[in-house]
Design a protein around this ligand. Structure first.
Ligand SMILES: Cc1cc2nc3c(=O)[nH]c(=O)nc-3n(C[C@H](O)[C@H](O)[C@H](O)COP(=O)(O)OP(=O)(O)OC[C@H]3O[C@@H](n4cnc5c(N)ncnc54)[C@H](O)[C@@H]3O)c2cc1C
Length: 406
């Protein structure tokens, strides 16, 4: 454990920040002692594993890094992984693959398991198996009092409910138990089509996404710059992952063909789960929609063609298991809303796409932490604030998407 009193650290934005103290934790004891020290000194606590989601500056805080506490233990019979707080998805994917299993990870394996899971966690297996948070079986946490507690269905159920979508507000996780899916091979890739085809393809997507099997996840992206050497300029790039029975894949893919026609190029192939290489989109903005109207589609397509528009817009359909939570599921997401757009573009692009949006957010794609409340339904927000009051009444865990105590 190290505790420099002045030291500069790169933030997510690349700017140097000065925490009051910084601890590279190597054990649970290090985390507990850092939390207690922060309390004695009246400091807020910032937690960091990879730094991928550190949106709030830890200036003047006790910054606790868990990045050295890596490691994953697998119980293949129970399909459970026990994950330490510095582990990234790549660690879990590699361990699970040996047993024909896969975690509910996202589009980027270098993302940390804890931050992703506590923020909801949506990836290619969310439609068949639920959010990352839905597959959290238990967590061991150091609380704001420096106590070590376990949160699970039968132990501290209020805390267990809150961490499955409430972010890092309730304690510092020292270990997670997560469920794995019996998935080893998938069909995955990207199909590219001329941008002139984009409006028709997105209309098809808006009309027919609900009919696609839950094992099939499609993400049409509008890109300002085509990555294809033979095709310059804007392009439609439809990423898709099929995680069902391979013998039934043709039916799912017939939908994709109806959507885009003959592609300029595609790289669909049967791949290991670890071999999925469908890129994501930087969420400078994120909006959710009940339907994809013609006006919204036109605004979106124009945006990547216009000189001052966005770099990339990624459409997603939700549904499947994300819309059918088990009883007692956590507060994550607006599960009844079928579509979203991740927006890699400036404020004017985000504003142009906002008028028909629901206003709801997904915590992991929320770049503006002042809008945290919008990630929840109203009654879940008030319940989260009650749980926060019980477990962190002084709000020491506030360097995050903060939920203030009731
Ligand atoms: C390139 C990229 C791709 C992404 N793709 C997806 C995706 O496909 N799906 C998706 O859902 N999200 C995605 N995200 C969002 C990502 O899940 C969140 O940013 C997440 O918070 C990152 O967690 P981290 O541990 O890597 O980052 P960190 O910056 O280390 O942590 C982020 C936050 O997580 C909390 N946290 C981290 N560790 C702990 C801990 N031990 N105890 C308690 N709280 C903790 C803290 O609040 C912390 O501020 C992506 C992000 C990036 C940068």
């Amino acid at each position: 454990m190290t505790t420099p009193t002045t030291s500069t650290h790169p933030s997510h934005s690349g700017q140097a920040v000065e925490p009051a103290a910084a601890v590279e934790a190597r054990s649970i004891a290090d985390i507990r002692s850092a939390v207690l020290q922060a309390r004695r000194r009246g400091l807020p606590v910032a937690v960091r594993s990879t730094g991928h989601g550190s949106l709030v500056s830890p200036d003047g805080a006790m910054l606790i890094s868990t990045s050295s506490m890596t490691g994953v233990d697998l119980d293949p019979d129970r399909r459970i992984a026990r994950v330490r707080p510095g582990a990234r998805w790549s660690d879990v994917i590699a361990a699970a693959e040996l047993y024909g299993l896969a975690p509910m990870s996202g589009d980027t394996p270098s993302v940390g398991v804890v931050g992703y899971t506590f923020g909801g966690g949506v990836g290619w297996l969310a439609r068949p198996y639920g959010y990352g948070a839905d597959n959290l079986v238990s967590a061991q946490l150091v609380t704001a009092d420096g106590e070590l507690v376990r949160a699970a269905a039968e132990e501290h159920p209020d805390l267990y409910w809150a961490i499955r979508g409430g972010g890092g507000n309730f304690g510092i996780a020292t270990e997670l138990e997560i469920r794995l899916a019996p998935v080893s091979r998938v069909i995955a890739g990207v199909a590219y089509a001329d941008i002139d085809r984009a409006a028709e393809a997105l209309q098809w997507f808006g009309d027919h996404a609900a009919e696609l099997p839950s094992t099939f996840t499609v993400a049409p992206r509008l890109l300002r710059t085509s990555p294809l050497p033979q095709h310059a300029g804007p392009v439609l790039a439809v990423g898709a992952v099929y995680a069902g029975d391979l013998d039934s894949a043709a039916t799912a893919f017939s939908g994709l063909h109806a959507m885009i026609g003959a592609p300029l190029y595609d790289d669909f192939a049967v791949r290991r789960y670890s071999g999925i290489a469908v890129p994501g989109t930087r969420p400078q903005g994120f909006e959710m929609y009940r339907e994809l109207s013609d006006g919204l589609i036109k605004t979106a397509v124009d945006s990547v063609i216009d000189e001052d528009g966005g770099n990339a817009l990624e459409f997603r359909h939700w549904g499947g298991a994300t819309a059918q939570p088990a009883p007692g599921a956590g507060p994550v997401g607006h599960r009844d809303v079928p579509f979203s757009i991740k927006i890699d573009g400036g404020p004017e692009v985000v504003a142009a796409l906002a008028p028909t949006a629901t206003g709801g957010k997904f915590l992991n794609f929320l770049a503006d932490p002042t809008q945290t409340r919008r990630a929840y339904r109203m009654h879940d927000w008030y319940r989260l604030r009650e749980v926060k009051r019980r477990w962190d009444p002084d709000n020491i865990f506030r360097i995050n998407h903060n939920i203030p105590p009731a």
